[in-house]
Write a protein that binds this ligand. Structure first.
Ligand SMILES: [Mn+2]
Length: 259
């Protein structure tokens, strides 16, 4: 890229902003064969916008649920995997974080996509800015029933027992759990389903006052938190079945973009 090119108004070219090295952040796609419109928006995003980025971070709940890596052969899952692998083959680094629904995504799935699994939370320098990446469910600490469930299902023992069952049986169990959780959610106050302010402050403090990016709550926004004389930015990513959008960050900062 030369300045001459940028200054020439007659030459069509992407704006200098698009050309800056940047990373993209998405979450809560909740992809499933039941919602083909999210899947096609996602595949359009992967084959256009995402190809310009240095890295794509998927911060949890890529799938509506993930029953285990032996489900990679499912035709719908194959479509998603192929789209991600094709983005990876263009040179875009891919990162996958577990969400509360797809926490069983494992190394086999990651390898098939060309992705690396990121632990939740992960503190990473994003174009020079220390940034804490999380799914966001652990910040919703007022939902004590869910936090207890989470602790249980994240133990190696629970996962080993669960994955030892036949795939069809696992899927049936997950469907049952989803129905229960929908019912429970409809009875919970809206505040319980959002992040707990104190959990956010404590997290920002214990990671050295970084920028925070997370999803999960489906309440896209940019927040600013004053923590011990520091001002910390917190970006909440949108979901993709009702909203759809991504966060773009470069050396100058972040911008939320709706699709
Ligand atoms: Mn979630």
């Amino acid at each position: 890229m030369s300045n001459g090119e940028i200054d020439d108004p007659l030459t069509p070219h992407p704006s200098p902003l698009t050309r800056m090295p940047h990373s993209l952040f998405i979450s809560d796609l909740h992809l499933s064969a039941d919602h083909p419109e999210s899947a096609s928006a996602f595949s359009e995003f992967l084959s256009s916008t995402a190809t310009q980025a240095e890295a794509l971070y998927i911060l949890g709940d890529l799938f509506e649920y993930w029953a285990g890596d032996d489900d990679i052969h499912d035709p719908f899952n194959q479509q998603v995997i192929r789209a991600l692998a094709s983005l990876y083959s263009t040179g875009v680094a891919l990162y996958l974080m577990h969400g509360n629904r797809d926490f069983l995504m494992g190394d086999t799935l990651a390898a098939a996509c060309g992705a690396q699994i990121l632990p939740d939370p992960s503190l990473i320098s994003i174009h020079g800015t220390p940034t804490l990446l999380m799914h966001g469910d652990t910040l919703c600490s007022d939902d004590t029933d869910y936090m207890a469930f989470r602790t249980q299902v994240r133990t190696p023992q629970w996962q080993e027992n669960f994955l030892a069952q036949p795939l069809a049986q696992r899927k049936a169990q997950i469907e049952h759990l989803r129905a229960q959780s929908k019912l429970a959610q409809s009875r919970k106050a809206a505040e319980i389903m959002d992040v707990n302010a104190e959990s956010v402050i404590n997290t920002l403090r214990s990671y050295g006052y970084p920028r925070l990016i997370h999803g999960h709550t489906h309440r896209p926004a940019r927040h600013e938190h004053a923590v011990d004389q520091h001002r910390c930015e917190r970006w909440v990513l949108p979901d993709w079945y009702e909203q759809g959008g991504y966060l773009r960050c470069d050396a100058n900062g972040c911008e939320a973009i709706r699709i």
